[in-house]
Write a protein that binds this ligand. Structure first.
Ligand SMILES: [Fe+2]
Ligand SMILES: [Fe+2]
Length: 465
């Protein structure tokens, strides 16, 4: 389904699930707010949703497809869409604002119905419209192929379905909520920028403060959550920004305990790519590597970002500098080109390192995820681009086995990295089912042979099931 990936969409639609439908619908609603209903990307999105619907209707032998909404979760076929992408969950606030218990799509659902649904999503006061009003709008502007459902409590025949979402809600962790808070906030930032509203830095800082507190309590679970999050429709690459923001906070925590500076740096890191808002959507959504004109368009984002951040009434020079300079090099190269720039600041160097590391170790549509060890080799070879002393410090802080990674020991036991020790390949881990962490430096023998307790397999190369 992933339009970003350029993977064979036809093949993916064949395997589409209701979760995919929820995700594409959410994405469509969000993108209509960003780009307007008349944009070409909306027409493409509608086409994709209709193809998924057709596949799901066929699997149901012509029956309707229903996405339920109850107790703060989406669900289908009596099962919560629990591990559905965060983006899919964005359908929920829309349904909740109408006081609805779900949405159902009939086999005859067509483009007009989806356009009517997008019109509904733009309604300023959905709570006044309610379910009945929403259905009147859908019937008036569409063909009746989509209906909004009343709350489950008002649908006695479906009462039995309430158990599953309630049970599922209990396992949403604090770190997942922190992640969701960051994702929601970045979405809100983009929507406000579309409306020309520039007041949000204070709120960004509040989200960063929550993240910083969570990192000091349990960095392993934050990075574990980030690692597990997947997204099919991350047009503005929020996942990248969130990971860069968290990495920058984690790295900077080891460099300073000046909390105010940490908050400013974390905020700047989270917003470093905010200028992508002004990059044409076809460039942002382009599957694969960019070349020629597209690359040039993408290379404008530092300039756009700095301009946006400068126009804010509570603008922070640190955030402006990082947005403008994070693709510039210490030796004067990189972009944007500028003749009168001072040396890159330490804060910019911190974000640059986290930005490059994130890009290398993240899975992208056109490349697999790189191990941290290999990423460090690449980064050390990028002479003139990254500050060497700071890069070595980063490697010490993040380690070869980053916090949050699942690892398997020679003994076969599985655990999670919870802290670094300064000894790159011997972190502190917590074995599954154990309370006390184990410092792997203690497992070092006098000889250099294999040591019991040493992680020997990377989760990437041999996934831990
Ligand atoms: Fe960037
Ligand atoms: Fe970036």
């Amino acid at each position: 389904m992933c339009r970003e990936s350029g993977i064979d969409i036809v093949a993916e639609v064949e395997n589409a699930t209701v979760t995919d439908l929820a995700e594409e619908l959410s994405s469509l609603i969000l993108q209509a707010r960003f780009f307007g209903r008349g944009h070409r990307v909306i027409a493409e999105g509608i086409d994709l949703v209709l193809r998924i619907c057709a596949r799901l209707h066929a699997a149901r032998r012509g029956g309707p497809v229903t996405i339920g909404c109850a107790d703060g979760l989406l669900f289908a076929d009596s099962r919560p869409l629990l591990r559905a992408d965060r983006a899919a969950q964005k359908l929920r606030p829309f349904l909740e604002s109408l006081g609805a218990g779900g949405i159902t799509m009939e086999p005859e659902c067509g483009a007009e119905d989806l356009r009517a649904l997008l019109g509904l999503a733009e309604c300023r006061k959905p709570e006044e419209l309610g379910v009945a009003g929403a259905n009147r709008e859908l019937a008036a502007n569409g063909t009746g192929g989509i209906r909004i459902l009343p709350l489950y409590s008002e649908t006695p025949s479906l009462e039995g379905d309430r158990e599953a979402p309630q049970a599922a809600q209990r396992i949403v962790t604090v770190s997942e909520r922190v992640y969701e808070g960051l994702f929601d906030h970045l979405t809100e930032v983009m929507l406000r920028l579309v409306r020309g509203e520039l007041h949000f830095l204070e709120e960004t800082q509040a989200e960063v403060e929550r993240t910083l507190s969570r990192l000091s309590e349990d960095a392993a679970s934050v990075f574990d959550t980030i690692q597990r999050e997947t997204s099919r429709s991350d047009v503005f690459q929020f996942r990248h920004s969130i990971r860069v923001g968290c990495l920058a906070l984690e790295f900077a925590r080891a460099l300073t305990d000046d909390r105010e500076l940490l908050l400013r740096l974390g905020t700047a890191a989270l917003l470093h790519d905010v200028g992508k808002r002004d990059v044409p959507p076809e460039v942002l959504r382009h599957p694969g590597r960019l070349s020629g004109e597209m690359l040039e368009a993408m290379r404008q984002h530092p300039r756009y970002g700095a301009r946006l951040l400068l126009r804010m009434p509570d603008s922070d020079p640190l955030a402006v500098a990082i947005a403008f300079c994070h693709h510039r090099r210490s030796d004067g190269g990189g972009y944007p080109e500028s003749v009168d720039l001072a040396e890159l600041s330490l804060a910019t160097h911190v974000v640059k390192i986290c930005d490059v590391y994130e890009a290398l170790t993240a899975e992208r549509p056109y490349k697999p995820r790189m191990t941290p060890r290999r990423a460090y080799r690449v980064m050390i070879g990028m002479s003139g681009q990254l500050d060497p002393a700071l890069l070595h410090r980063f490697i010490d802080v993040v380690g070869v086995w980053p916090v949050g990674e699942r690892v398997r020991l020679r003994s076969g036991a599985v655990g999670r990295v919870v802290a670094q020790t300064g000894c790159h390949d011997r972190p502190v881990i917590r074995l599954e089912g154990e309370r006390d962490p184990v410092d792997l430096r203690g497992a070092r023998g006098d000889d250099l042979g294999p040591v019991a307790g040493c992680p020997v397999e990377h989760p990437e190369e041999q996934p831990v099931s």
